[in-house]
Write a protein that binds this ligand. Sequence first.
Ligand code: CTP
Length: 422
Amino acid sequence: MKKYLKNLPQEIKNLIVLAEEVSRETKMPAYLVGGFPRDLILGVKDWDLDITVEGNGIKFAENLAKKLNVSLVKHERFGTATLILNHRLKVDVATTRKEVYPSCACLPVVSPGTLKEDLLRRDFTINALAVSLSTDASRKLIDIFCGKEDLTAGKIRILHDLSFEDDPTRILRAIRFKQRYNFKIEPKTLSLLRAAVNSGLLNKVHPHRMRDELVLMLKEKDPSAQLKQLYDLGGLSFISNNLKPGRQVYGLFKSINQEISWFMRSFPFHGSFEAWLVYFAALLRQLSLVQSKKIIRRLGLSKQEEKKILSCRQINRRFIGRLKNKQIKPAQVFNLLKPFSYEAIILLRSVSGDSVFKKHITDFLKIYNCVRLSISGDDLYRLGVLPGPKYQKILNKVLAARLNGSVKNRQDELALIGKIIK
Ligand code: CTP
């Protein structure tokens, strides 16, 4: 693996050297596992490191954290720990374990195991590679299931026939990796995957776990392709049997994709914007309000997420028509769009290519939404207005005038207040 590791950023190379030191000092064999070796071989940048340790993962993580002088979050119950080096680089440390699934689609019973058992419990051959960090075989690839061959051939292959029954979320994972890397699901895996979907296994998993997988899917580069593949395989039933996306929905997903890229470029500091939520809201538009609410609750989305998704339902023909009007004034545009979240606004921008419509939304985001008045409630108080709901009404009027350009500075604003009070 040396040739692959050579090209890593210095920060990660240093980290690997320190992990090797810890492995030597604690006499605990350690390995880089999961997505890291996979993406390293594929030449894809993924700076999340997973280390698994034969011994005690938490002790190993404590030693590594000391050497790196970073803090550590321990999850004692799972025998794992996370080191956060900076906003780009995170290291998860676990103890090698084996898993036994007591019944189909249930969470496994976990106990310490060997590296081989740890790799055998994993989803696909391409995710069951390990890079040794122990001195005797340092930086050697451990490839028990021919994962490297599958990586080179572009194949998604499960490790054993009961893999999807053990963990049906792997159905979504298979599709996700297939689309992400433009791989193929090899024939036997595909036929077992189809059988698992057809026997309704996706509905046996806890809905919150399904939600987590769905969110990951919608966070991929091309959610339209992900959705199509999932639907074609019959895998949308865990959300609703009534979801039947067609060309229109896939087209909408594509334009959401472009609008999100535009939004990210134009507003890099967008706070809590959740791109996946725009796609999910677009998907649920096919269903009734009652159905959507049921799904949102079953999947355990937060109140905030529910609010954002449901607000997207106000995007109807009439609303769109109003924003296509060239004559509409800035304050009217502001009042129409102000109640919406950024997610709803991006969905809105995606539903029409009309240039007037798009310009109104862009002006809202770039100009109107940033306008701040020079006056405040204090000025109203000084002018003798008694505090109450009136304040907001007056300030809204002044803001409308400011947006429409009839008021330009503090003096104008104060003069307008005077008029309004009279
Ligand atoms: N894994 C698994 N079955 C699952 C989830 C995870 O076997 N249902 C294993 C895989 O070996 C996977 C590793 O746990 O590589 C880490 O999981 P995760 O962080 O979810 O995925 P990554 O493979 O790192 O994928 P991504 O690039 O999307 O983060």
